[in-house]
Design a protein around this ligand. Structure first.
Ligand SMILES: *[C@@H]1O[C@H](CO)[C@@H](O)[C@H](O)[C@H]1NC(C)=O
Ligand SMILES: *[C@@H]1O[C@H](CO)[C@@H](O)[C@H](O)[C@H]1NC(C)=O
Length: 421
C-alpha cells in the first residue's frame, strides 16, 4: 500500500497540487481561456499612440497633479530581454545605459499628438565603484506637492565587488537592487538625489508606495528574497512574494521588515490615503489584496491586517489612484502569455489589454466585508494595428478624464504609449 501510494499517490498529489497552484491559474488567468475581449470601439475613448523612441519601455508612471507633469520611468525595449532581474534576465552586458525619468507636460500638446517633455538629468547621484552612471528603472512612485515632488525609484543595478567595482556573476548572485529617492519640482529638468536605500529585504523590489506622515516606504518583493535560481522560479508557484516596509526615520539607516507574505508575484502596490488602506495586486493569479496598516505607539514599523480580497480574474500590473475621485485604475493582462511573447520579441507581438476601475461603494456589509465595484473601462483586442498594446501601467488624469497608458516590457518605439483623450 505504502509503496503504491508512493508510486502513484505522491506524483498524483503533486500533479493535483500543480494543477491547483499553477495550471488553474495558467489556464484561466494567464492564457485567458473564456474571456471575451471587447473591441476598443465599445468604449467611449479616442486613443492615440505617441510614437517616439525616447518614450519607450516606460515601465511605470507617476502623475504630479499639482504641477501637471507626468513622470515616466523609461528604458529601451531591446535591452529588456537581456537585463530584467525581476524576471531572471541577468545578461548585464545587454543592459540599457539610457534609462531615464522623463517629465511630460500633459497640458502642453505638441506635434502629432505628443506633449512637451524633458529627459531629467540626475544631480548629486553618487557614482561609486558599485554603481553604473545611469539608473536601471522599473517601478516608481512619488509624493506630490506644488513646489517639491519626491520620486522613489527601483534601481536594478548589477551586483559588483565593493572593493574593485568588477561586475560579479549576477546569474548566481542576483542584481543589487536599491530604492533611490530624488526630489524635483515644477517644469523639471533635473532631479536631485537625496538617498539610496539598500537592505537584504530589498531583494526583488517591484514597486513602491508611500503614505503621508510616515517616515518610510512600502515595497513589493515580487519573488520574495529569491533573486535567482530555481527558488526564484518556484516563488511564483509557492507564493513567496511579500510586502515589506522600510523605515528611514533614523538618518542614514534603512530598516526593512516583512509585513505580509504568501503572495504570488505581487506587483504595483498602492497606498490609498482616503481609505487608509494598502492595495496589493498579483501578476500571477489576479485579485487585489486589501490591507489596513496600523502603527502602535513607540514603533515606527506598521503592521498590516488583511481585511479583504477584491476578486479580479486577470493578472494585474501596477495600480494607480485618481486622486480626484478616489477610484483605482487597474491595467490587466488578459492574455499574459502573449504579453510574455511581447517581452521576447517586442517588435512582433501585439497583446490585448484591459483596464478596470475599482471603486469602493461602501465600508462594510453584513458579513463585515468591504464593498467594491469593478468595472471594465477600456479594452482592446490586440493585433498589429492596435493603438493599445498590452499596457503595464495606466494613469488617470482626474482633471481632464484622460487615461495615459504605458508599456514597460518590450514595447517597440512605434507603439510606446497610448494617450486616450
Ligand atoms: C548579452 O547581451 C549582449 C549585448 O546585447 C549580446 O551581444 C549577447 O549575445 C547577449 N548574450 C546572451 C547569452 O544572450
Ligand atoms: C549594492 O549597493 C549598495 C548601495 O549602493 C552598496 O553599498 C553595495 O556595496 C552594493 N553591493 C554589491 C554587491 O554590488
Amino acid at each position: 500500500m505504502a509503496n503504491t501510494l508512493l508510486k502513484f499517490g505522491l506524483p498524483l498529489a503533486i500533479v493535483a497540487f500543480l494543477y491547483q497552484a499553477v495550471l488553474r491559474d495558467l489556464i484561466f488567468l494567464t492564457i485567458g481561456v473564456g474571456k471575451t475581449i471587447e473591441p476598443i470601439s465599445n468604449f467611449p475613448y479616442t486613443c492615440r499612440r505617441i510614437e517616439d523612441p525616447r518614450l519607450s519601455a516606460c515601465e511605470d508612471m507617476f502623475l504630479s497633479d499639482a504641477t501637471r507633469q507626468l513622470f515616466l520611468a523609461c528604458s529601451e525595449p531591446s535591452a529588456r530581454p537581456q537585463w530584467m532581474p525581476n524576471v531572471a534576465r541577468f545578461n548585464h552586458s545587454g543592459r540599457s545605459m539610457n534609462d531615464a525619468v522623463i517629465a511630460m507636460d500633459i497640458d502642453k500638446p505638441i506635434g502629432k499628438g505628443s506633449f512637451e517633455y524633458r529627459v531629467l538629468r540626475t544631480v548629486s547621484y553618487p557614482v561609486e565603484k558599485h554603481d553604473d552612471a545611469n539608473l536601471h528603472l522599473v517601478g516608481m512612485t512619488g509624493n506630490d506637492s506644488p513646489n517639491t515632488i519626491e520620486l522613489l525609484l527601483v534601481n536594478n543595478k548589477p551586483s559588483r565587488d565593493p572593493h574593485t567595482g568588477t561586475i560579479l556573476d549576477n546569474e548566481a548572485q542576483g542584481a543589487n537592487s536599491t530604492i533611490e529617492k530624488f526630489i524635483t519640482g515644477p517644469a523639471a529638468t533635473t532631479m536631485k538625489h537625496i538617498s539610496t536605500h539598500h537592505h537584504t529585504r530589498i531583494a526583488t523590489p517591484n514597486n513602491i508606495a508611500t503614505a503621508p506622515g510616515i517616515s518610510g516606504f512600502y515595497i513589493t518583493n515580487d519573488h520574495g528574497l529569491h533573486k535567482t535560481g530555481y527558488m526564484h522560479t518556484l516563488s511564483q508557484v509557492f507564493g513567496l512574494g511579500d510586502v515589506t516596509y522600510c523605515d528611514t526615520s533614523t538618518t542614514g539607516e534603512t530598516d526593512c521588515h516583512k509585513l505580509a507574505g504568501g503572495i504570488s508575484f505581487p506587483n504595483g502596490l498602492l497606498y490609498h490615503p482616503q481609505h487608509n488602506l494598502l492595495y496589493v495586486p498579483s501578476s500571477a493569479n489576479g485579485n487585489i489584496r486589501v490591507y489596513r496598516p496600523s502603527f502602535t505607539a513607540g514603533s515606527s514599523i506598521p503592521t498590516l491586517t488583511k481585511i479583504h480580497e477584491i476578486h479580479i480574474p486577470y493578472p494585474i500590473d501596477n495600480l494607480s489612484l485618481d486622486p480626484h475621485t478616489g477610484d483605482i485604475y487597474v491595467p490587466c493582462l488578459p492574455k499574459a502569455l502573449e504579453m510574455m511573447a511581447g517581452f521576447e520579441d517586442p517588435y512582433n507581438a501585439f497583446p490585448p489589454s484591459t483596464v478596470l476601475r475599482v471603486r469602493r461603494t461602501g465600508d462594510l456589509d453584513g458579513q463585515g466585508q468591504m464593498k467594491y465595484e469593478v468595472e471594465k473601462v477600456l479594452e482592446n483586442v490586440g493585433g498589429k494595428d492596435t493603438p493599445l498594446p498590452g499596457a503595464t501601467t495606466v494613469v488617470r488624469d482626474g482633471k481632464t478624464g484622460r487615461l495615459f497608458l504605458s508599456v514597460g516590457l518590450g514595447d517597440p518605439p512605434a507603439r510606446d504609449r497610448a494617450i486616450l483623450v
